[in-house]
Design a protein around this ligand. Structure first.
Ligand SMILES: [Zn+2]
Length: 307
């Protein structure tokens, strides 16, 4: 493939603002270029700002919303049974403990999906609210739990600093403007309130995959293409996350890498390009490896308090 992308001559790091970055060869398959920030170690997709999101569907009618709801439930129900739930309950228990001085703490979930996490938060004594950009998910949350989620991006909503806890499950690096998202999150929290977020983590396995891409000048790119994409356009390290949060007025409580594979193995292997019959046959082995083996810790769990 010829270089048809008007690649930005010197991209700056969207995490820390440094211009000390290393641009890797463009993937011949996806046409995307990964950049490493030498200062904070964030990895990001260079051409992301040329990509226009078309996902905001706030003007769809009721029939279309039901259709979107059924598509969305296919996604929500493809998650790995047990893994997501146990991460949710560990997290909500910790957030409740951090808000133990408040009788009925308030929690806001950004990108609340079908509302299942909010339902759990209610069981732990939180008053809950949330938003969602996917109209199908808003409909599902209404059908399943009677929630009235705000439809739209945080930047379109009224934000009040009244929440004791804010959660973002794999939302931050889906958003077009990470800085604006963090400013909006901060605006929703009272001082001292806790933000929890889960976000993709750049692992040693990713570094190996990137070395292969470099050595083959962009020909061997499948893993990198899967990991750095439109829905995961920045992959953080502990250091890059720390820098980002401090820049936005948060004190870091904990940043911990986790081996949490939310999609079930068959779907995950399909997403890496493994053919369906093979993915089905081997998914049990992969399940066992994830449960017991030394597998890459592909996400970061982050707790931070608003200053
Ligand atoms: Zn950086």
């Amino acid at each position: 493939m010829t270089a048809t992308h008007a690649t930005i001559a010197a991209p700056t790091c969207p995490g820390c603002g440094s211009s000390q970055v290393a641009q890797h060869p463009t993937s011949l398959s996806s046409g995307r270029t990964v950049v490493t920030c030498r200062a904070c170690r964030l990895r990001f997709w260079a051409e992301r700002d040329q990509f226009v999101s078309t996902q905001h569907a706030s003007d769809t009618d009721a029939a279309a919303r039901q259709q979107l709801a059924s598509e969305y439930s296919g996604y929500a129900d493809g998650k790995r049974i047990g893994i997501v739930e146990s991460a949710w309950s560990d997290t909500i228990a910790r957030l409740r403990e951090m808000a133990s001085s408040t009788a009925s703490p308030r929690l806001y979930d950004v990108g609340a999906g079908d509302g299942a996490f909010l339902r759990l938060a209610e069981e732990y004594g939180f008053e809950v609210a949330g938003n969602e950009v996917h109209a199908g998910a808003v409909q599902l949350a209404a059908d399943r739990y009677g929630y009235d989620l705000a439809l739209g991006d945080l930047s379109e909503l009224d934000l009040e600093p009244v929440h004791d806890a804010l959660t973002m499950w794999c939302v931050l690096v889906h958003t077009d403007d990470v800085d604006q998202t963090l400013r909006n999150c901060r605006a929703l929290l009272r001082p001292g309130g806790t933000m929890f977020l889960q976000t993709p983590h750049w692992t040693a396995a990713d570094e190996i995959a990137l070395s292969l891409l470099r050595a083959t000048r962009g020909r061997v790119s499948r893993v990198v293409d899967r990991r750095v994409a439109s829905h995961h356009w920045q992959l953080h390290t502990k250091r890059s996350m720390q820098v980002l949060l401090e820049r936005h007025g948060f004190d870091v409580v904990e940043i911990r890498p986790r081996a949490r594979y939310s999609l079930n193995s068959t779907l995950y292997m399909q997403s890496l390009g493994v053919p369906v019959p093979l993915a089905r046959r081997t998914s049990r082995v992969v399940d066992l490896a994830i449960k017991y083996g030394p597998v890459p810790r592909i996400v970061l769990d982050v707790y931070a308090r608003k200053r």
